[in-house]
Write a protein that binds this ligand. Structure first.
Ligand code: FAD
Length: 339
């Protein structure tokens, strides 16, 4: 959120300083699976459905813009997604999802076992599947590399290894931030500290609390690449990058800031992945990692734009969809600050 927002503000002529206690992209944004899951992440009647769908559509242009600017590819691919059901109850649910999404004008098909396996031949036998051909993905690490390269070519000043100690507030207005032994004044301050956003002293109590939800990931390496469609089950997901890497996820754990990858987490992820795509049992174990989704509660899908404290703007609380909503957030925060 910090990188994307800094670039968007700079493009509109603002002088921007990006503050990061580690290096840009050190946390959740590099750890994500990169699913642009506008449809699989939406429930019927969701107020954000249109925003999600537009955010997904806007990625094509953003990927091209970042490539032109930096020469780097962010791995944007419209690889489609199958949400599969193994039980009758799940089958009912995926059938209903496909139906309401079609009625809402989105591309979604309810498929039987044969139809689903025609789309993804590596799929296990299923009771039913919903197919969302427009769901897409990016490679979050590649996205962060491109954002950092874009920033390096911009006027944004990056200060890495700098911890924001607190917001600087006088006369009921946020006037910047206090660093170690230094106050940095600013007309506008953007809170983009992910799962740590509520730990920055000075954030008003009226801003919903952001807490970490740990997610673990297992990357498998499949040579040659065989799975081609993203697959989601009730227990997890499988995201083939197209080059042999298959990202499997993920856990949803309230574990504080403990970043461990656990035996139970890896087992649950592998069980779900291999159940959906049995051939993955033969893939090589590539890497494991974990990070924290910034979660502000079920009623608060994100915290974006002006805050109750004048001068302070929010770009946080995106939980499971921060990669999908990165550019949208950057544009909205920029509009909130610059008009
Ligand atoms: C396992 C996993 C899978 C995910 N999969 C997806 C997915 O498929 N699709 C999707 O859209 N989203 C996904 N997400 C969610 C997405 O990753 C997050 O919503 C998004 O990356 C949050 O971005 P952010 O910039 O708010 O937080 P972060 O990327 O965590 O960045 C916050 C930054 O603030 C810095 N910071 C914190 N406190 C301070 C301070 N006091 N001073 C200075 N710097 C500070 C941190 O060092 C960090 O770099 C996933 C998340 C996880 C963990």
């Amino acid at each position: 959120m910090g990188c994307a927002t800094a670039l968007a503000l700079e493009a509109r002529g603002a002088d921007v300083v990006l503050l990061e206690r580690s290096v840009p992209g050190a946390e959740a944004s590099s750890a994500a699976a990169g699913i642009l899951g506008a449809q699989v992440e939406s429930r019927e009647g969701s107020a954000l459905l249109e925003t999600f769908v537009r955010a997904r559509a806007d990625y094509a242009g953003w990927a091209a813009e970042l490539r032109e600017r930096t020469g780097l590819d962010i791995g944007y691919r419209v690889s489609g997604m199958l949400r599969v059901a193994f039980t009758e109850e799940e089958a009912n649910d995926v059938g209903k999802t496909a139906a309401w999404q079609s009625a809402a004008g989105l591309r979604a098909e309810s498929l039987d076992d044969g139809q689903a396996r025609a789309i993804e031949p590596m799929l296990a036998p299923v009771a039913r599947a919903a197919y969302f051909p427009d769901e897409a993905q990016v490679d979050p690490r590649a996205l962060l590399r491109a954002l950092v390269a874009g920033i390096a070519r911009s006027r944004v000043v990056v200060r890495s290894g700098v911890v924001v100690q607190r917001l600087a507030e006088t006369d009921g207005r946020c006037r910047g931030v206090v660093l170690d032994g230094e106050t940095l004044e600013a007309d506008a301050t953007v809170l983009a500290a992910g799962s740590w956003s509520s730990l920055v002293p000075g954030v008003p109590d009226a801003v919903p609390r952001v807490v970490p939800v740990r997610g673990q990931i297992v990357q498998l390496d499949e040579r040659p690449p065989r799975v081609r469609t993203m697959v989601k089950t009730a227990a997890g997901y499988v995201v083939p990058r197209g080059d042999g890497r298959v990202v499997c996820g993920s856990t949803m754990e309230h574990a504080g800031y403990a970043s461990a990858v656990t035996a139970g987490g890896v087992r649950a992820i592998l069980d779900a992945a291999i159940r959906a795509v049995p051939s993955l049992a033969g893939a090589e174990l590539g890497a494991t990692w974990s990070s924290f989704r910034p979660y502000a509660g079920e009623e608060t899908p994100w915290l974006v734009g002006a805050s109750p404290l004048p001068g302070l703007f929010l770009a946080t609380g995106h939980h499971r969809n921060g990669i999908l909503l990165a550019k949208t957030t950057a544009d909205r925060v920029t509009a909130a600050i610059l008009g």
